[in-house]
Design a protein around this ligand. Structure first.
Ligand code: HSE
Length: 409
């Protein structure tokens, strides 16, 4: 029998407990032995809960217990999760986590520590909740030169954008509703400002390209400025506005970006709605592959954590194997990336042509008088921004996925 501990008995931690109990028999078969939760570390007590008798408030009860071989870290945040994880790995215990803040910040280092102590640091649940993507990058796609990773990696913002598009809601109304339904937190900044998606694309890109990508270096724009009118223009162009987290290998290096983008129906991510997540990975041999599922929630996320626990119990060689240096990969500036742009502005089409050159897909909406929207030709972002700075009457703008890329996808 394998004994494990869960640190942090919140939504995901309790989900792991439930999954291990609910699927006890099949898990025992697959792990080769029964898995039992011996300790639950939390600041709180849980009277009446099935885990009540296992609760401890003392980390030493987990760290110093020689019977506990695997620890689930679902505390979230950096402190004390980082020190706890480090000490556990040094003590020869494997750690499985859903903590994307910690993985994005110290993941490469903690994997190194795990390797030095012949244990595992696994984090399948840190990106895309229940979607298997970390192992895909670490095992199935290892023959590939990865060219691009693009995903809808945040369920909260995807829910908000979907409800704005499908129900014509303004951002504030959609956010409030998401909070009422428990999809958005009371303090939603990490989601709506794009930081959560940014951490996730940094984790995925570090695996995809084999070098640490510091999430703070990824240019990140959230969805707080998206308004109902922008969504109407997108619809008129046959597009959706989606918060995309992207990294791509170009001739000169790798760039990454998190931003709301206008994508058309040629791009399968257009169809990913509500709280669902999806990730497309493009390799130079396999072409584009896509992974879809629940990016958050108690049981989907717990499923990924529990899969990691089983991998640890099954053998000591489940470690993420991709070699990564702890050195930061210097990202190329997004300013060099060429694409068409959507612009919404006041004034005349003639003036728009004077500033932006050829414009196409001009849209006038009856509800939005004295303004219009259009697409520019493909141009480097720095050139577009120069034009934008020179223009008067700009209301909003978005990056538009290139048609060729969408067709390849
Ligand atoms: N806040 C995150 C989301 C939770 O909305 O996707 C899962 O990481």
């Amino acid at each position: 029998m394998a004994q494990i501990a869960i640190m942090g008995y919140g939504t995901v931690g309790a989900g792991v407990y439930k999954t291990l109990t609910m699927n006890r028999d099949v898990i025992a078969k697959r792990a080769g032995e029964e898995i039992q939760v011996k300790r639950v570390l939390d600041l709180r007590d849980f009277p009446g809960d099935e885990a009540e008798s296992k609760v401890t408030h003392d980390f030493a009860d987990v760290l110093s217990d020689p019977e506990i071989s695997v620890v689930v870290e679902t505390m979230g945040g950096l402190k004390p999760a980082y020190t706890f994880t480090k000490q556990l790995l040094e003590a020869g215990k494997s750690v499985c986590t859903s903590n994307k803040e910690l993985v994005a910040e110290h993941g490469v280092e903690l994997r190194q520590t795990a390797r030095e102590h012949s244990v595992n640091y696994l984090f399948e649940a840190s990106c895309g909740g229940g979607i298997p993507i970390i192992r895909v990058l670490d095992t199935s796609l290892t023959a590939e030169e990865i060219e691009e990773v693009t995903g809808i990696l945040n369920g909260t913002t995807n829910y908000i954008l979907t409800s704005m598009a499908d129900e014509g809601k303004e951002f504030d109304v959609a956010l409030k509703e998401a909070q009422q339904k428990g999809y958005a937190e009371l303090h939603p900044e990490a989601d709506v400002e794009g930081w959560d998606a940014c951490r996730k694309i940094a984790i995925l890109s570090s695996l995809a390209y084999g070098k640490h990508i510091g999430w703070r270096f990824v240019p990140t724009e959230g969805i707080t400025k998206v308004d109902k009118g922008d969504i109407e223009y997108a619809k008129a162009l046959g597009c959706r506005i989606k918060l995309l987290a992207t990294s791509r290998r170009d001739a000169n290096g790798i760039w990454a970006l998190v931003a709301p983008m206008m994508i058309g129906k040629e791009n399968p991510l257009t169809a990913v709605d509500g709280v669902m997540n999806a990730i497309m990975v493009k390799g130079n041999a396999v072409g584009t592959t896509m992974y879809y599922g629940s990016g958050a929630g108690s049981l989907p996320t717990a499923s990924a954590v529990s899969g990691d626990v089983i991998a640890c119990v099954k053998g000591k060689d489940g470690s993420i194997r991709t070699e990564q240096s702890t050195e930061n990969l210097a990202l190329l500036p997004v300013d060099e990336v060429s694409r068409p742009f959507f612009v919404r502005m006041r004034g005349t089409e003639e003036y728009a042509r004077e500033i932006f050159g050829t414009i196409t897909h001009v849209v006038h909406l009856p509800d939005y008088k004295e303004e219009f929207g259009f697409l520019t030709e493909m141009m480097p972002e720095k050139d577009f921004k120069e034009k934008l700075d020179a223009a008067k009457g700009i209301l909003s703008w978005y990056r538009r996925g290139k048609k060729e890329e969408e067709q390849e996808a």
